[in-house]
Design a protein around this ligand. Sequence first.
Ligand code: XIL
Length: 297
Amino acid sequence: ATTLGASAAEKGRYFGTAVAAFKLSDSQYVTILNREFNSVTAENEMKWDATEPSQGRFSYTNADRIVNHARANGMSIRGHALLWHAQQPAWAQNMSGSALRSAAINHVTQVASYYRGKIHSWDVVNEAFADGTSGGRRDSNLQRTGNDWIEAAFRAARAADPNAKLCYNDYNTDGVNAKSTGIYNMVRDFKARGVPIDCVGFQSHLTNSVPSDYQANLQRFADLGVDVQITELDIAGSNQAAVYGTVTRACLAVPRCTGITVWGIRDSDSWRTGQNPLLFDANGNKKPAYTAVLDAL
Ligand code: XIL
């Protein structure tokens, strides 16, 4: 096939991108989105600060613009993200203990219920593990409510939307390392105890290289009985095209790697300002990285 989405579909996968609602009025952006991608993730519009700006008052206008565009164009939707230490509304940042726990679980229930039946995969919890060698949890207001906050969130999400795949999503997990092993141990424990988890997302914000055990790391998670997804791929540096090809081939080599999402369309859309880490240049032209991905699919 001649587009990313159609080529991935031939392999039983999706190929997605992060989308910003305010760009849906940019015709060049929408042309590329509709031509190349069959999955979308809201870049910011489903985060806690966007969907519950004041406690108990939910706001879905911008998220719905993305959801409606996706559904009208036959694209699946990754929900991102129900709970995260970042981009919390100010009211939640100032809470702790059982009040925060209740507010967080209510947030999961309300948002997952609102979108019930429309979301392919939810990032239920984002970035809850620490960088470095500890293999442990990241300190955060959520973590300080008790180590069981992650499983409580997954149980609430399952109850609210039983057909969505429920994912844990993180970065710096691209090879076998202390952080990815900490997550691996959590997933293994969840599967052993019947905590509902279906998938693990690997953000894959990369520069110039990917660990040599990237595929093996995806495979070890798959072997626990969860799907794996590449959820926020962007690659900076002069070796960009080759690394995009390597990452794409790694996903295709893992039967349970069900899809790839890049974190934006054009370099000018990227959160990594000035690093040009995406598949299209600022004018919407295909880059060598695009060709490397399409050739690998
Ligand atoms: C980023 C967005 O791209 C930016 O627009 C925003 O200012 C900050 O968040 N990991 C994640 C994403 O899970 O939600 C982040 O997205 C990038 C890092």
